[in-house]
Design a protein around this ligand. Structure first.
Ligand code: HEM
Length: 225
């Protein structure tokens, strides 16, 4: 007998939530940390990457469709799971139970970090109307100032670790729950591979924070400055 429609809808909601964590949000995170790490190559390389994004046609529509809407959906359903799920790490000592708890905790931290992060980057950019080639010098100056204090650096380091852990552990959960990785050995091996993916992304993020902290360079608009 087929499950009642309410259970089917619940199941579908969880599946869409899990898929959105990878596509598009996980993909965005990989690109975002990768592009930001261009700052370690040089200020101009970093500026050009921000220029490229801020000169895209229909930028706001693309961001709403592929970043903000999926993030809001994923966070909303995530909080629903957080408050309705059992956190049993204290009753059983299995690693997976801890991962289950940490997955929810890191998700909540990323949510708080994103409010801060977007409130100090995208929101002022829009408020001051810094579009096209004016966006990069404006955003780079904000980051330069943020990374001159330990408070700013620590907020970013915590945000980065929480996001990379949440993504890497979520990738494992996704592959297991979608039946992509089935056997016990395969699941153990995959956890090592995904931990390395998370570590590599963390290194990219930390290197960016270090570069901004050590060398805060302002830039002028590439065109029309
Ligand atoms: C080294 C660390 C990071 C730096 C330097 C950085 C830098 C930036 C900058 C400059 C923007 C504004 C882009 C624009 O409006 O053109 C931005 C936006 C954004 N960042 Fe980050 N970010 C970092 C880490 C993260 C992390 C860990 C996350 C995920 C949790 C994240 C998620 C976002 C989101 C969702 C946006 C808004 C979407 C967009 O406009 O591109 N960022 N970030």
């Amino acid at each position: 007998m087929a499950p009642p429609p309410r259970e089917q809808a619940h199941y579908l909601l969880l599946k869409i939530h899990s898929l959105m964590g990878i596509v598009p949000i996980g993909i965005f995170l990989v690109f975002h940390l990768g592009l930001n790490s261009l700052r370690t190559v040089g200020p101009l390389q970093y500026q050009l990457s921000i220029d490229a994004i801020n000169n895209l046609p229909f930028l706001f529509g693309i961001e709403v469709l592929f970043i903000y809407a999926p993030l809001l959906f994923h966070s909303g359903v995530g909080f629903y799971i957080y408050f309705s799920g059992k956190r049993n790490a204290f009753r059983y000592k299995y690693v997976r139970n801890w991962m289950y708890t940490l997955q929810r905790l890191s998700g909540a931290i990323v949510f708080a970090f994103l409010i801060y992060h977007m409130g100090t980057t995208v929101v002022p950019k829009l408020m001051y109307g810094k579009h096209l080639f004016e966006a990069a010098p404006f955003l780079i100056d904000i980051l330069n100032v943020e990374f001159q204090t330990w408070t700013g650096r620590i907020i970013y380091l915590i945000g980065i670790v929480s996001a990379t852990f949440h993504f890497a552990n979520g990738l494992w959960g996704f592959c297991v729950s979608w039946g992509i990785i089935i056997g016990k050995t395969a699941q153990r091996n995959a956890s090592v591979v995904f931990a390395l993916v998370g570590l590599a992304l963390t290194v990219l993020g930390f290197a960016t924070v270090l570069e901004f902290s050590l060398d805060p360079v302002s830039v002028t608009p590439t065109v029309g400055g």
